[in-house]
Design a protein around this ligand. Sequence first.
Ligand code: HPA
Length: 287
Amino acid sequence: MRAARAIRARIDPASPVAGIILGSGLGGLASRIAHPITLGFAQVPGFPSATIAGHAGALISGVLAGAPVLALAGRFHMYEGHSAMLAGFPVRVLHALGVRTLLVSNAAGGIRRTLRAGDLMLIRDHLNLMFRNPLIGAQETGDFRFPDMSEPYDKELGDQVRTHAGALGISLQEGVYAGLPGPSYETPAEIRMLAAFGADAVGMSTVPEVVVARALGIRVVGISCITNLAAGMSSQPLSHVDVLGTTKTVAAQFEALVERFVGALPDPRTADGLREGFGSALQSDAG
Ligand code: HPA
């Protein structure tokens, strides 16, 4: 794949323990990555440059909590006019670069009444209400074309995130993420519909990435940052500036949680799962 070859020519090809996609306002995690090599999206063949405030648009290779990672700060949204296939394309690139575990994050509006702005929500399942599928038109056949979606978000990895959140004193919510194309926010009637459909939170991303990840056999963990109560649930009108403002207040918790989760993942390069070369994050994290 051209994109993967171009990236490999510039970064350390050590196999990453995880891929990370950072949602709106959550890109600060990138600054916690040690020994970073940063590639702007414009330097990756097939990547358009990101256009949205809060999305830096860069691929960062480096070490997080002792674990080699590949992080995408920024993503491609369908509301930018991109196809679902392009929205899922970065995950194909991550896969070609060796990613087999993916953490996706996003900003989302809270629908369930127990959710508050500033909560972190583990995504247990999603509703694809984008009415587009990133696998439409793909060349592959078989299980790639018809992937099983009965466990889109890996239960075991999700349980690990829950345990890490507990250890960090973070009260982690969990629920179903509804992906809509945007870019207008929902109407109150649409939010009532989504609640009836079983959605706990709503956003404009993530679903195409997760569908591609599952088609490729990548295990997925999803975390939503609840930035606001969904339309009609508070007297406040919704604004992108407020959404980014809320992510700032939870960024530290989000970063600590992701760092701890990634640092405790087994290293696929070693038989015992312990890390070589970077020192063992498993050991340093155990204290
Ligand atoms: N709706 C859709 N997307 C969002 C929201 C919302 O309320 N908040 C952050 N992203």
